[in-house]
Design a binder for this molecule. Structure first.
Ligand code: PAF
Length: 305
C-alpha cells in the first residue's frame, strides 16, 4: 500500500478524471463519495478505504438531484480548500469535483434509478424523490470512477441499505463497505449539517445520541423496552421536533414485532432549530443484546484505523 501526503490530483471533467485514474499505478481503486464539507467522518471513510486499497478517489459533488425544492441545497456548506486539506492529510490520490453540467450534461436526467418502496420509507417519506436522486448519482459516480469498492458511513443507514440493494439488484461490479458512525466526544454524530447548529441547538441535538444510547442499553429487554427508553429521552427535550423514532429490521425497514430477537436498527430524525438531523444505532435485541457498530452480515471496515 502506498503512503503519501502529496496533494491529490484534482479532476473537474470526465476527461480529467479518466486521465488521473489512468495515471495511477494500480487499478485497485476505492471511492469515497461526498458532497463536500468534509469532517472526520469522511476522513475515517478515506482511512478505511486506504487500509485495503492502493488508491482512493474522493468525489466532491453537491448533487442537486437529491435535494427537494424547499431543502438546503443553496445554503449547504461549500468548503473546497478545507476539503482538499483533509484529502491531502488522509492520503487521497484523486479528487473528482465536477459541476452539475459535467455529471448531468443534458440537464436533469429523464431516466433515473428508482429506489422503490424502501426509498419511500423513513427519510424517503419526508424527502420524496431523495433516494432516487442519491442512487442515480451514486450509480453514475461508480461508473465514472470505475472503483472496485465504495465506502459509505453507517450514519446514513437507509442510504447505505439502498446502495447495497442497487448494487445487488442491478449487478454493479463493486463491493460496498460500511464504516461505523464517527461521533464528537459528546456523542453528536458527525455531519456536514452540524455547522448549521447554533450553540443552543447543539446542546438540544445531543438528545438524539442520548436516546439511541438509552435504547441500546434496554436492548436485552426487547423491542418495546428499546422504543420506550429512547422515547423517554426525546420527550424530555421539547425543542427537538421528532420526525420519526423507529426500531426496524435492518434489511426491510419494517418495525420489528415484540417477539423479535436479533439485529435491528434504531433510527431517529428530528428538526432542531432550522436543521433536520438523523442518527441511528445498529443493535442486537434480546438477552445479552445492546448496541453494535455495524451489522454482522455485511462486509465492513472497522473504525480503528
Ligand atoms: O451521503 C452523501 O454525502 C451523498 O448522499 C452521496 C452518497 C455523496 C451522494 O450524493
Amino acid at each position: 500500500m502506498t503512503t503519501t501526503t502529496a496533494v491529490p490530483a484534482v479532476a473537474h471533467t470526465r476527461e480529467e478524471l479518466k486521465a488521473a485514474r489512468e495515471a495511477l499505478p494500480s487499478r485497485d481503486v476505492a471511492v469515497v463519495m461526498t458532497m463536500g464539507a468534509l469532517h472526520d467522518g469522511h476522513a475515517q471513510l478515506i482511512r478505511a478505504a486506504r487500509q485495503r486499497h492502493e488508491h482512493v478517489v474522493v468525489t466532491i459533488f453537491l448533487n442537486p438531484l437529491q435535494f427537494g425544492p424547499k431543502e438546503d441545497l443553496s445554503r449547504y456548506p461549500r468548503t473546497f480548500d478545507d476539503d482538499m486539506a483533509i484529502c491531502t492529510q488522509a492520503g487521497v490520490d484523486v479528487v473528482f469535483a465536477p459541476t452539475p453540467d459535467v455529471v448531468y450534461p443534458d440537464g436533469d436526467p429523464g431516466v433515473r434509478v428508482s429506489a422503490g418502496p424502501l426509498g419511500a420509507m423513513l427519510e424517503g417519506a419526508s424527502r420524496p424523490g431523495h433516494f432516487d436522486g442519491v442512487l442515480t448519482v451514486v450509480g453514475k459516480l461508480l461508473h465514472l470512477t470505475a472503483a472496485r469498492s465504495a465506502y459509505f458511513g453507517q450514519k446514513d443507514a437507509q442510504q447505505l441499505l439502498l446502495i447495497r440493494r442497487m448494487v445487488r439488484d442491478l449487478d454493479f461490479p463493486v463491493e460496498v463497505v460500511s464504516v461505523p458512525t464517527v461521533r464528537e466526544d459528546d456523542g453528536l454524530a458527525m455531519s456536514s449539517r452540524n455547522t448549521y447548529l447554533t450553540d443552543s441547538d447543539r446542546e438540544v441535538a445531543l438528545c438524539l445520541s442520548r436516546a439511541l444510547r438509552a435504547g441500546g442499553e434496554a436492548a436485552s429487554y426487547g423491542p418495546s423496552a428499546v422504543r420506550r427508553a429512547a422515547r423517554e429521552v426525546l420527550v424530555d427535550e421539547p425543542l427537538a421536533l421528532v420526525d420519526y423514532l423507529v426500531l426496524v429490521h435492518p434489511l426491510t425497514l419494517a418495525d420489528v414485532p415484540e417477539w423479535y430477537r436479533g439485529e435491528a436498527l434504531l433510527a431517529v430524525a428530528a428538526r432542531i432549530g432550522t436543521t433536520r438531523l438523523i442518527d441511528n444505532t445498529p443493535l442486537v435485541v434480546g438477552p445479552g443484546g445492546g448496541a453494535i457498530d455495524v451489522f454482522s452480515d455485511v462486509p465492513h471496515a472497522r473504525a480503528e484505523v
